[in-house]
Design a protein around this ligand. Structure first.
Ligand code: PLP
Length: 409
């Protein structure tokens, strides 16, 4: 008899964003004609930059000519894109990363959820709390987390690293229990959902810790392009020794508006080992077996994002979103809210007023201001009494939303 993967039964009920969508749907059904502004889901609103569209058109034309048509892409990515990434994202920042250490994919979500497959199921994982849910859920599916404690909102075998206002939403180094540090440490900076960052000095402490204990850091830098302050590293490989302990994930989704086009990449240094086994060939083998490569036209679009014009157009888009972030930050701070993030990240993390639960604040904001955000508790127990707003709306909607929130108080 076929048996289902019982690990899936450990996943808590609804995916956070499905619950939000359902609540908004119900609200709209009972309040027809009410216009709801969504500053909840982290999807972008600006169209793809003209230089990237130009590259897409040209690549599409190539596909229609016998002499330039392309079939299956190389599973690890086209050299033209891997070389471009290595140059602009890494070597130009002094990071020793070569093109053949870059694995092109259709986005960071797949990579940061699939990466756990190349590690033994008896590894312990450590995650920030609150956290982007994909890291934990993918480990639940693999059977690495133990049972879920619904009352505590935690999995038994996961090490949760609280990110609070007191520690600037950057976790403390986990204290090894029985002399054993977590094997896999997920870090995401700039952070979703808190918008927090880690300085280079602080990140260096994590790299030293991982090297000391034989841990691997899984570093999600999906929001790297939003960094505005010099003290914040764009890549973990800016830290000394990171080649010996870190894997990095990047995405074109928020950087260049590719949420619908789909493109990302993972960096695995060739000499990176876990327990004496090199990880680069394992991930290459996995890609070769389970993935047939991101489409040629999308990889050409990705390359165009690094051209001089492409970079300028993308910078302008990011500046647009960060102006939104500033409006939210200043508007809410001026209204007396305690707000964080929004300087090096497109996320604003606010403490709910009057100690309201995150979901009570969600309901109240929807009801009184017709604005949708994301309850912090959906990202983990330490997110309770917090709320996330995103800067990815249009400037018009963002300004109206802040106005409504201020008036609803
Ligand atoms: N990592 C983080 C922290 C994210 O917030 C997101 C998307 O919201 C992703 C990864 C997924 O990126 P992609 O669209 O490339 O799959």
């Amino acid at each position: 008899m076929a048996k289902a993967n019982q690990n899936y039964l450990q996943l808590p009920g609804n995916y956070l964003f499905s619950t939000i969508a359902q609540k908004v749907r119900e609200y709209q059904e009972s309040h027809p004609g009410t216009e709801v502004i969504r500053l909840g889901i982290g999807d972008v609103t600006q169209p793809i930059a003209p230089e990237i569209i130009r590259a897409l058109h040209s690549a599409v034309d190539e596909m229609g000519q016998a002499d330039t048509f392309r079939g299956y892409a190389p599973d690890l990515g086209y050299d033209f894109l891997r070389e471009t990434i290595a140059e602009y994202d890494f070597r130009s920042r002094g990071c020793d990363i070569s093109a053949d250490e870059i694995f092109i994919s259709d986005g960071a979500k797949c990579d940061c959820s699939n990466i756990q497959e190349i590690f033994s199921t008896d590894n312990t994982i450590a995650v920030c709390d609150p956290v982007y849910p994909v890291y934990v859920d993918s480990n639940v599916m693999a059977g690495r987390t133990g049972p879920y404690d619904a009352a505590a909102g935690c999995y038994r075998d996961v090490v949760y690293m609280p990110c609070t206002a007191d520690n600037g939403f950057a976790p403390e180094l986990p204290k090894p229990s029985d002399g054993k540090a977590p094997d896999l440490i997920y870090l995401c900076f700039p952070n979703n959902p808190t918008g927090a960052v880690m300085t280079k000095d602080r990140l260096q402490e994590w790299v030293d810790y991982a090297n000391r204990h034989g841990s691997i850091i899984l570093y999600d830098a999906a929001y790297e392009a939003f960094i505005s302050e010099d003290k914040v590293p764009h890549s973990i490989y800016e830290c000394e020794g990171a080649r010996g302990c870190a894997i990095e994930f990047r995405s074109f989704s928020k950087t260049a508006g590719f949420t619908g086009l789909r493109l990302g990449f993972t960096v695995i240094p060739k000499d990176l080992e876990a327990d004496g086994v090199r990880l680069h060939p394992l991930w290459a083998r996995r890609h070769g077996t389970k993935y047939n490569g991101a489409p040629y036209i999308i990889q050409r679009a990705g390359q165009a994002a690094y051209s001089e014009r492409g970079r300028q157009q993308i910078r302008d888009q990011i500046a647009y979103y960060m102006r939104n972030a500033k409006c939210i930050l200043e508007g809410l701070r001026g209204a007396g809210y305690e707000v964080y993030g929004g300087v090096n990240a497109p996320y604003i993390w606010l403490r709910t007023p009057d100690d309201m639960t995150s979901w009570a604040f969600f309901d109240s904001l929807l009801e009184k201001a017709n604005v949708v955000g994301t309850p912090g508790s959906g990202f983990g127990p330490a997110g309770e009494h917090f709320f996330r707003l995103t800067a990815f709306g249009t400037i018009e909607n963002t300004l109206r939303a802040i106005d409504r929130i201020r008036q609803s108080m």
